[in-house]
Design a protein around this ligand. Structure first.
Ligand code: ADP
Ligand code: MG
Length: 261
């Protein structure tokens, strides 16, 4: 199972939208996908229609060792897509985990201890911070996908994120790679979006995915219906972009790992 952290410490840049729709697009190609909601806000869980009753056992219990992966996984309405939901208790985990042994490796250990052959790919939806939860995701992950909002200041904060990735790589997870940077909420009619787009590409080069996610109201409407945009309206520009992004992403996954998964 290839593990990909969807991370950026900025809020509202499209992490969760990307995690949900990319997971759905990957599942649509036949891959078996696990989405881990690691944000106490639980937006990925809500966006996939997982009500509070189904969050008794959540990523919080998984990280604190009160439950196994098997016990916290919930099936979604999307075929081949399962989720480990999040609930608000997870906000306490940043503090509570401080007292735990190997507090930075809780997620990695929980995944290592589990039977994960059921899935091909795992996406981890990170919270908007570089705290212990995100560090757990970066240590558990093989690679990181960074959604970047196409707006002024897009690159601000990126160096901090890349520094954190570098530190995690040096100290704990030498194989952690940057799978790609995805530009989100791109507005064709807005000159600034175009400028930011050129700037980001000039600065980061090929690590930026060719696919750009447009600003599309369908993407923001879908979560209130508890279904991915890809199911809500599979032909809207946002859905089409996530399908293209999934294709590009699959081409970047190392073959050997994809086969071993
Ligand atoms: P994050 O997880 O990084 O905080 P979200 O994915 O929750 O960001 O996105 C923030 C807000 O922007 C949400 O209301 C979401 O519905 C909306 N949104 C995200 N991507 C798009 C897009 N491409 N077009 C329009 N709205 C979007
Ligand atoms: Mg989010």
């Amino acid at each position: 199972m290839i593990r990909i952290a969807v991370a950026n410490q900025k809020g509202g840049v499209g992490k969760t939208t990307t995690a949900i729709n990319l997971a759905t697009a990957l599942a649509a190609t036949g891959l078996r996908v696990l989405l881990i909601d690691l944000d106490p806000q639980g937006n990925a869980s809500t966006g996939l229609g997982i009500g509070q009753a189904l969050r008794e056992c959540s990523s919080y219990e998984l990280l604190t060792g009160q439950a196994t992966l098997e016990e916290v996984v919930v099936q979604t309405r999307v075929p081949r897509l399962d989720i480990v939901p999040a609930k608000v208790d997870l906000s306490g985990a940043e503090i509570e985990l401080i007292d735990f042994e190997r507090r930075t490796h809780r997620l990695d250990a929980a995944l290592e201890a589990a039977e994960t052959h059921r899935w091909d790919v795992c996406l981890i939806d990170c919270p908007p911070s570089l705290g212990l939860l995100t560090v757990n995701a970066l240590i558990a992950a093989h690679s990181i996908l960074v959604p970047l909002q196409a707006e002024f200041f897009a690159l601000e904060g990126l160096s901090q994120l890349l520094q954190t990735v570098e530190r995690v790589r040096q100290r704990f997870n030498p194989e952690l790679s940057i799978l790609g940077v995805a530009l989100t909420m791109f507005d064709r009619r807005n000159n600034l979006s175009g400028l930011v787009h050129d700037d980001v590409r000039a600065c980061l080069g090929d690590v930026v995915f060719k696919t750009v996610i447009p600003r599309n109201v369908r993407l923001s409407e879908a979560p209130s219906h508890g279904i991915p945009a890809l199911i809500y309206d599979h032909r809207c520009p946002g859905s089409e972009a996530y399908i293209a992004l999934a294709r590009e992403l699959m081409a970047r996954l190392p073959r050997s790992k994809a086969e071993a998964a």
